[in-house]
Design a protein around this ligand. Structure first.
Ligand SMILES: [Zn+2]
Length: 177
């Protein structure tokens, strides 16, 4: 069984890479903030704690977002789209964490494509703009300079279902969480 939270997969040199237990690619548990909140995995400060829908909603609430009861990521996205600064900041914070994690994985594995899907990714540019900003800021090694990050809808050839799939080198395969 995989870890709780954001799934993912890793495709290296065109082949799915599962790792020792089949869990490779769970980018949601890359540490984003060593002093961050406890994560469902038992760790602390994982990307999941900053970028999952429920955790973005919780963060926005803690900052004063006047959320409807049982608000979810879609409502947070709607608020951000309507100009709510706290809601926008929640996506900025989450997206940047995802982007930094992708860059780190890319530096380790020489990726050229990261496909991001799942509920939070439905927020579109609210999430992808900060992801790309973080990638532009941090992907400075020559071999990760052309790293692309695309929504799962545009990466459908890869058949991605997980929260993030990380792909290297002419890939047409799939690994999902
Ligand atoms: Zn975790």
């Amino acid at each position: 069984m995989g870890p709780p939270g954001g799934g993912g997969g890793l495709v290296l040199a065109g082949r799915g890479y599962g790792g020792r237990t089949g869990n490779a690619g769970h980018i949601g548990h890359v540490v984003a903030d060593a002093d961050g909140d406890p994560c469902v995995c038992g760790g602390r400060g994982c990307v999941e704690t900053v970028a999952s829908g429920p955790n973005m909603v919780r963060w926005a609430r803690s900052r004063g977002w006047q959320a409807p009861e049982h608000a979810d990521a879609a409502q947070l996205a709607a608020a951000a789209m309507a100009g709510d600064e706290i809601a926008k900041a929640a996506f900025e914070r989450g997206g940047r964490a995802v982007g930094r994690a992708i860059v780190g994985v890319a530096a380790v594995t020489d990726l050229d494509l990261a496909v991001v899907g799942g509920g939070v990714a439905n927020a579109g540019e609210l999430l992808f703009a900060p992801i790309r900003a973080a990638v532009a800021e941090h992907a400075r090694l020559s071999y990760v300079g052309d790293l692309r990050v695309v929504p799962a809808a545009l990466g459908k050839d890869a058949g991605v279902v997980g929260a993030a799939a990380l792909v290297a080198r002419r890939d047409h395969g799939v690994r999902t969480g």
